[in-house]
Design a protein around this ligand. Sequence first.
Ligand code: NAD
Length: 384
Amino acid sequence: MIIEPKVRGFICTTAHPDGCRENVKQQIEYVKSRGRMEGPSKVLVIGGSTGYGLASRIAAAFGCGAATLGIMFEKVATEKRTATPGWYNTMAFEGFAEEDGLYARTLNGDAFSMEMKEQTVQAIREDLGQIDMVIYSLAAPRRTMPDGTVYSSVLKTTNGIFTNKSLNLRNNQIEEASISPASQEETAATVKVMGGEDWMDWMRVLSRAGVLAPHFKTLAYSYIGPELTYPVYYEGTIGMAKQHLCETARKINQEIPGAEALVSVNKALVTQASSAIPIVPLYMAILYHVMKEKGLHEGCIQQMDRLFREKLAGQAETDGSGLIRLDDYEMREDVQSEVMRLWEVVNTENLRQCADLEGYWEDFYHMFGFGFENVDYTRDVPLT
Ligand code: NAD
């Protein structure tokens, strides 16, 4: 089949295996170009097939030489449909790891389930003995509980309607978007899905099974961003979940022997999870424009490489609240004041002068394996 992108708003329903491979290859090459670094030796990455989790896995493996076990929830190809990008990314990752003599194994299934946690324990016992780092990088729309109850996360405010400029991803027009407030149940459900409860469950299961090294690190990822996006992010339903994640880090430190639990606040980047948030894509397109002009722009792999190389080496570098700040460049005063200036004036006509629309879409297509110059998209690709 000749695979072409089929974009529906903020999602692309096809993925290209060769392009996904190229995406992974470029990330590996970046990390290798920066040289080897000290770091963990056996790493579990929960949510390691796309975005920040994949980049963490690549930095740990190809930067630190770590053995990696990945958990993902991805779909394989059928006769009619391509696999999801995370599937192709992972196949490529495992291939490159094997070429370099690095252990890499991946389990595909629901990380929220007890079965997946038990399978993971089994895999660690079989192959690794004990692990010295656990990265929790899930971004999930819903969580099924053991009794079958399903909680769905929503991206809403917690305090009244929020109206602001937004980029309509279907036609690249600037419009006004309104985000409605969540009910208490919706907020609680979002915390269930994207908060720290499942992270804690993982740590308890791994600790009880004795598969954690005497001293180990565990990390989860968060976002804060500027006041502009507070109603939809930091003070919205997702922000409540992230607050719970931070509380969970403290709880893990108290409860799990040998743990150093950390939350890293990362930069806003185009990923499958973030392009679904209203108003945020326009902020990201303007942010890309400003950060590229200032030579400060980073993608997932640059962020995760910096995390391992600079923020986690030796004593973890944290702010006054104990958070790792990889959003330090994004939140710089000169960056934010320029973003806010452009936000005030941006409209459909001047969009390309104020925002890096090309960069936004380039990242978007790359996520699904499209838009790489050195990939032959006319190739007839066997799907299964
Ligand atoms: P992503 O959508 O690229 O990755 C999500 C990962 O979770 C994938 O590997 C997917 O397979 C896995 N996953 C989802 N549901 C699963 C399930 N039920 N079982 C097993 N695996 C499952 O998302 P991302 O943007 O890389 O987000 C990762 C983390 O980083 C999230 O906590 C997110 O809030 C945080 N973060 C993202 C940004 C951003 O701008 N993208 C910024 C800061 C922090």
